[in-house]
Write a protein that binds this ligand. Structure first.
Ligand code: ZN
Ligand code: FE
Length: 257
């Protein structure tokens, strides 16, 4: 099925630590943007390749994900969560959990991943293996709980964790090095974590993005995905606690780290 996945992914650093993503189909010439933190770097990335936007996919309502939509939307289909339409730029296509849409010729599944905000959605393209998770599941971390409860975020993360392990997690910020320091403070003897941190530090020293990351790496090293692992609970001294309570504890600890 080489043709089904013949799209190219471009990662665009924006603002101080945001990422926008382009997905481009060389067959159809269509180009989708996932989140619009800042206009200029996105416009430059398009111009450099001679690409023109056909779709903008919005993950959630925060300004650092939508500020560039107005300036980029002419002639473009803007897609976002129906549940959040009242606080998003005007939507040409309003979507909900479980919807399947086609973007750049790619089957694209919409997942509600509330927690950071209520109404945050992720987009999963199973044929190319990309999942655009923004501020839900992040590299070595997860978004802060501004609107949702720990139970909601834990449920969202479990649903993302159930995607195929080779999925590339395209998250919304370069927070990985700080997330890694926190993860190591909880779980200092985890060999997967220690070796991943070496890779992260050398990528950052070279000025490279640590996003996207593979779901396999997240499952081994992201403390927020490990709240139901008996060994991890034991390390935290929470062997008898519920998974949600362990997740809530880890999230609170990160807020104060
Ligand atoms: Zn956000
Ligand atoms: Fe954000």
């Amino acid at each position: 099925m080489a043709n089904a996945s013949s799209v190219e992914l471009v990662v665009i650093p924006c603002l101080s630590d945001n990422y926008a993503f382009l997905v481009h189909s060389h067959d159809s010439g269509q180009t989708a943007l996932i989140d619009a933190p800042e206009v200029q770097p996105i416009a430059d990335a398009l111009t450099a390749r001679g690409w023109h936007l056909t779709d903008i996919l919005i993950t959630h309502h925060h300004n650092d994900h939508i500020d560039g939509v107005a300036a980029l939307r002419e002639g473009v289909r803007v897609i976002g969560a129906k549940a959040d339409a009242h606080r998003l730029p005007a939507l040409d296509l309003a979507v909900s959990d479980g919807d399947q849409i086609t973007v750049c010729g790619q089957k694209t599944h919409v997942m509600d991943v509330s927690g950071h905000t209520i109404g945050h959605i992720a987009y999963h393209m199973p044929d190319s293996g990309y999942a655009f998770t923004a501020d839900s599941l992040m590299a070595m971390g997860c978004g802060r709980l501004f609107e949702g409860t720990p139970a909601q975020m834990w449920d969202s993360l479990k649903r993302l964790r159930a995607l195929p392990p080779e999925t590339l997690i395209c998250s919304g910020h370069e927070y990985t090095a700080a997330n890694a320091r926190f993860a190591l403070s909880l779980d200092p003897d985890n060999p997967d974590l220690i070796s991943r941190i070496e890779g992260i530090n050398s990528a950052r020293a070279a000025g490279d993005a640590t996003v996207p990351s593979t779901l396999t790496d997240e499952m081994r090293t992201n403390p927020f995905l490990r709240a139901d692992h008996p060994e991890f609970k034991a390390i935290l001294g929470m062997g008898d606690a519920s998974d949600t309570d362990v997740f809530a504890h880890v999230r609170r600890a990160k807020d104060k780290f």
